[in-house]
Ligand binder design. Structure first.
Ligand SMILES: Cc1cc2nc3c(=O)[nH]c(=O)nc-3n(C[C@H](O)[C@H](O)[C@H](O)COP(=O)(O)OP(=O)(O)OC[C@H]3O[C@@H](n4cnc5c(N)ncnc54)[C@H](O)[C@@H]3O)c2cc1C
Length: 386
């Protein structure tokens, strides 16, 4: 009978154990967990509701949602997709709902339902932080220790590591008056890092010291390494009108000027923007509160069109994100087999989950990556050691 050890009883570790037991019922699987309970992080995912996957209906290319690891996941998701994840949990009695934004949650809105399903029937040794040398006599060791800053124990074992850096974080901006709109949401915005090709689209949340929301978190993920290398300082260019070009924005302003000739510019805002946000942008374009539409010069109108579509702020730091964060970097994908995730230099050693240099944007993509990679390892182990 084969003996398998799993280091880390988180999402990937517990799911790998479940899948090995299904594929290879005779295997003896033991999990070692450093904390006093397994799946502590899963219990707090999605604000305690657990966004366990995504329908991927709005995803054209996996590159958009997995800035690192999209090629690997493309291959592995043929074997374990989001639909497999949904069926697996539903077959075990967890009713699921897909929200309008395509994020999938348990219908109960309780992450603990996912935790309880994942840990059912497993042998988990809690309070046991272990290294590779602590585990003797196992046929295979699966490392599912999640995102971390400390990979030295794996480096010492000859595993290639890509320097870990944080991903999914809000930006701290130099004070500009924007912070006075704290709490405001801009539904369709485009955010870019000036002078680069990094660009994301979606909802932006204005905070007391900068910007956050899905659009910004996505941009932080795309530009994670660039921003780390630049000390989290860079220009942030906002298009507050989504995909609208500067010319289109100018045309919109001309139309507004025609319709509202006698009115104050500051009092007539485009429907996409709130009155307070509009007031801020009008002020940024240097247009006084008393200026009427028919009194606005061409230069002022050009400036306003430009502020609406390429409004530049200065990123001065990274704000730790409490709701969801992941580590980019970790075990290099070059050092593992792209089908089995077995270490090329240490046969019998496997990796799955955030410990690998794979990470996604928000929306259930990180947990889906954990399920998919865990399944790949489970299949490989079941085949090799049954
Ligand atoms: C607050 C928050 C909310 C999130 N919400 C979502 C969400 O809604 N949807 C989503 O898709 N993603 C979400 N994520 C990301 C997601 O939780 C992770 O990507 C996912 O948990 C990674 O799974 P994992 O098994 O690789 O690592 P983890 O779940 O982090 O598990 C790793 C485990 O290994 C243990 N461990 C580490 N080292 C050792 C050792 N040496 N010995 C023994 N045990 C060890 C750790 O204690 C831990 O329990 C969220 C993240 C955070 C922080």
């Amino acid at each position: 009978m084969s003996k398998i050890a799993i280091i880390g009883a988180g999402a990937a570790g517990c799911f790998a154990a479940q899948r090995i037991k299904e594929l290879c019922p005779g295997a003896e699987v033991e999990l070692f967990e450093a904390q006093d309970r397994p799946l502590k992080k899963v219990a707090i995912t999605g604000g305690g509701r657990c966004n366990l996957t995504n329908s991927f209906e709005q995803v054209g290319d996996l590159r958009e949602v997995y800035p690192r690891g999209h090629q690997l996941l493309k291959r592995l998701m043929y074997a374990w997709s989001q639909w497999d994840t949904m069926s697996w949990f539903e077959e075990r009695g967890v009713a699921l709902v897909t929200q309008e934004d395509e994020c999938v949650f348990p219908r109960s809105q309780r992450a603990m339902e996912i935790v309880n399903t994942l840990k059912r029937g497993l042998t988990i040794h809690c309070g046991r932080r272990v290294g590779l040398d602590d585990l003797k006599g196992y046929d295979a060791i699966i490392v599912t220790t999640g995102g971390s800053r400390n990979f030295s124990w794996l480096e010492d074992a000859g595993v290639e590591i890509v320097a870990p850096i944080p991903s999914l974080f809000p930006f701290k901006l130099q004070a500009s008056g924007l912070e006075q709109l704290s709490g405001a949401l801009v539904q369709d915005s485009v955010a870019m890092i000036g002078g680069t090709k990094f660009r994301a689209q979606g909802t932006t949340l204005i905070t007391h010291n900068g910007v956050s929301g899905p659009c910004i978190l996505r941009l932080s993920s795309y530009a994670a390494r660039y921003l780390a290398e630049h000390g989290y300082t860079a220009p942030l260019v906002m298009n507050w009108l989504g995909d609208t070009t500067e010319e289109e924005s100018l045309q919109m302003l001309k139309d507004m000027a025609k319709e509202n000739a006698q009115k104050m510019v500051v009092n007539t805002h485009p429907e996409q923007l709130t009155s307070r946000h509009w007031e801020h942008l009008v002020q940024r374009a240097g247009i006084g509160k008393e200026v009427r539409w028919n009194g606005m010069g061409q230069k002022q109108m050009n400036r306003l069109a430009s502020v609406l579509t390429s409004d530049t702020y200065q990123i001065v730091g990274r704000v730790p994100h409490k709701e969801e964060f992941v580590t980019a970097g970790g075990v290099s994908l070059n050092s593992v087999s792209s089908t089995t995730l077995e270490c090329k230099t240490r046969p019998g050693l496997y990796f799955a989950g955030e410990v690998l240099d794979v990470d996604g944007v928000t929306g259930g993509f990180n947990l889906q990556a954990a399920w998919t990679m865990a399944d790949a390892v489970a299949r490989a182990v079941a085949e090799k050691y049954q």
